[in-house]
Design a protein around this ligand. Structure first.
Ligand code: CO
Length: 135
């Protein structure tokens, strides 16, 4: 069950173009992918850094989960994503430990990967995303 990589660290931003321009100016970083994920109400960009990625999230609407996060807490860390080899086994393991899950079953996230979220109250006030076999 042990995560084998930090797949990505996600930052919620108001303007993904402005954030990408800042990253480029400050670190010379370029996005490797960019897509709209309607099911999650976000536009996202992935920037590869070493064996992991930075993920920028811009909400499609103010009422989406990331939109509500931004209006409540402002820009900043939104979630940390762990790569796991088998997401069904990981969810079963977590449920067995009494861990509070957002998703009891996997859904499809960016890049077509199977993902699931673990509630921030479970660990360090931080939303954790599990990503199956991504990196
Ligand atoms: Co993510």
């Amino acid at each position: 069950m042990l995560p084998y990589n930090i797949d990505h660290v996600a930052i919620a931003v108001h303007n993904i173009d402005a954030a990408l321009a800042d990253l480029h100016e400050q670190y010379g970083a370029e996005p490797v992918s960019r897509e709209t994920v309607e099911s999650q109400g976000v536009e996202e960009a992935m920037i590869a850094i070493g064996g992991s990625s930075l993920q920028l999230l811009q909400p499609l609407t103010a009422e989406s989960p990331v939109g509500r996060f931004l209006s409540k807490r402002g820009e900043g860390l939104h979630h940390v994503a762990f790569a796991v080899p088998d997401i069904d086994a990981a969810l079963e393991h977590l449920a067995g430990t009494g861990t509070r899950l957002v998703d009891r079953a996997p859904r499809i996230g960016g890049g077509g990967h199977r993902i699931a979220f673990v509630h921030p109250s479970a660990f360090g006030g931080t939303l954790v995303e599990l990503v199956e076999g991504a990196t």
